[in-house]
Design a protein around this ligand. Structure first.
Ligand code: 4AD
Ligand code: MG
Length: 460
């Protein structure tokens, strides 16, 4: 008999006589002449209630069906008389496939998030993490839908690279040299003898290669893992995270900001439509304001404010911040959150940053001081999108390379894009995990990532 997933059983439109359910026991209650089992197979937030009468031949197996055990049940799906569910299963047979040791860590509810992180191999079996990772899967699908519906092509940019796109030097080295026996040249490691014949790293962004494909296929996006060796132990930073990076030929900063805004809204709308049970669960147990906030994001345009005006607003706010607010300094998370949570109470797109604090590839504005950069800030998180119009003029790009002390020779292929049919083009990166934090209300990036990589953490 084919297996029926819980999701299908629970949404059945009619009773069914022969149903095979496989899953894990959440709880069991024994009465005098029958037992109740709550089963979950991860396809649904709701459990299926199973009733097994003591005169069923397999009833002796019930004692082994403890919390955490895996079971297989054949039975009849019937309308439930109990509250809280439409259907329940009346068992005709019960097999315990894998028993669960008595020390099963998720016996009880109400564990701390920290405890659950230490149980990263078991936590997907809980209501909260099951929901988070179902939503994660759905949002990944919606990301592809959004771009495919708009004629963007999916490009697989490399994970191993020689270039530091963001220029921040926060890269993990990829090497096959034995650290103790590395060949030296003038006292330094001779990377020309390394696997790729030159220093290579895990990528921080697929953008530069994305530009190659946008200047051929017009509209492209990447969606893959990126790596940053930054030692920031915050609730919003991970050392391995996924990023979605569209790149659009013949597009300026305004078009870029429009696309970022419709993208974020599309993902919010898709999640509300396709994961209503999960969103209801998060709104009840994780963040009471979640549903309202998500609807608010859908209903209103994002506020657009220049970096200069943002600085003035922050200076006039009379708030005490830990970090200084001054033209030419980066906005810190506390500043971003003040803007979006307190001042505007709305998602905010900040544009036109000073060129000194931005990477080499951004297009210089006519004022000669600012670049065509933009960041989207959202409540609870701060920056969720970072993007820009790219410098498409070779002479100005070269000047940027010089100013950033970057070797033009290393970027010969990137320069070529400006030599053969250069076009204005723009793109951005959306942090996948930060988007999931926004959608679920979960406040730590470690809890929307299956196996989080943060400083000192690589256990699982
Ligand atoms: O602002 P970032 O650094 O931009 C880029 O990498 C550009 N190359 C993107 C582009 O224009 N194609 O990163 C983009 C986004 C951030 O807004 C943030 O959401 C996320 O990536 N992000 C991180 N998420 C989790 N952990 C980290 N350490 C992150 N660093 C950036
Ligand atoms: Mg950024």
């Amino acid at each position: 008999m084919p297996r029926t997933l819980l999701k299908q059983a629970l949404s059945s439109t009619k009773p069914q006589d022969y149903v095979l359910i496989q899953g894990w026991v959440r709880t069991r209650r024994d009465a005098k002449s029958f037992s109740f089992l709550e089963i979950n197979d991860g396809t649904s937030l709701k459990n299926l209630q199973v009733v097994i009468d003591s005169d069923v031949p397999d009833y002796e197996n019930v004692v082994k069906a403890t919390t955490g055990a895996s079971v297989e049940i054949n039975g009849r799906l019937v309308a439930s008389e109990g509250k809280g569910q439409d259907w329940e299963l009346h068992a005709d047979s019960l097999k315990v496939i894998g028993e669960s040791d008595v020390d099963y860590p998720l016996q009880k509810k109400g564990h701390t998030m920290e405890f659950m992180r230490e149980q990263a191999h078991l936590r997907p079996r809980s209501n909260l993490f099951g929901s988070v990772f179902r939503v994660r899967s759905r949002v990944a699908y919606a990301i592809h839908s959004f771009f495919q519906e708009r004629d963007f092509f999916y490009v697989h940019t490399p994970i191993i690279t020689a270039s530091d796109c963001e220029g921040a030097g926060e890269m993990f080295r990829v090497s096959t040299l034995d650290p103790g026996k590395a060949p030296l040249i003038d006292g330094d490691v001779d990377y020309s003898k390394d696997f790729f014949g030159r220093p290579s790293y895990l990528t921080v962004s697929g953008q530069l290669e994305g530009e190659v494909f946008a200047t051929a296929l017009s509209n492209i996006y990447t969606f893959g893992p990126t790596f940053r060796a930054e030692n920031s132990n915050t609730s919003r930073h991970a050392n391995e995270f996924w990023m979605i990076e569209p790149e659009i030929a013949f597009c300026d900063l305004d078009g870029n900001m429009d696309l970022a805004e419709s993208f974020v809204k599309y993902l919010v709308n898709d999640t509300l439509e396709n994961c209503p049970e999960e969103i209801a669960f998060f709104s009840k147990f994780v963040d009471k304001g979640l549903l309202e906030r998500l609807k608010f994001i859908l209903d209103r345009p994002f506020v657009r404010v220049s970096y200069m005006d943002a600085i003035l607003l922050l200076q006039e706010s009379k708030q005490t911040f830990d970090y200084p607010v001054e033209y030419g300094l980066n906005l810190q998370s506390e500043h971003e959150r003040y803007l979006t949570e307190n001042h505007f109470q709305n998602p905010v797109t900040v544009f036109g940053y000073p060129r000194e604090i931005k990477p080499f590839y951004m297009r210089i504005n006519d004022d000669g001081k600012t670049v065509a950069a933009m960041d989207v800030l959202v409540p609870g998180i701060g920056e969720i999108v970072g993007g820009s119009q790219r410098e498409e003029r070779l002479d100005l790009l070269d000047a940027n390379f010089d100013r950033h002390n970057i070797s033009k020779e290393d970027y010969w292929w990137y320069r070529d894009l400006r030599r053969y049919g250069s076009v204005p083009h723009s793109g951005f990166g959306l942090g996948f995990e930060r988007m999931l934090m926004l959608l679920t209300g979960v406040s730590n990036i470690r809890d929307v990532t299956p196996f989080a990589r943060t400083p000192g953490n690589v256990e699982f």
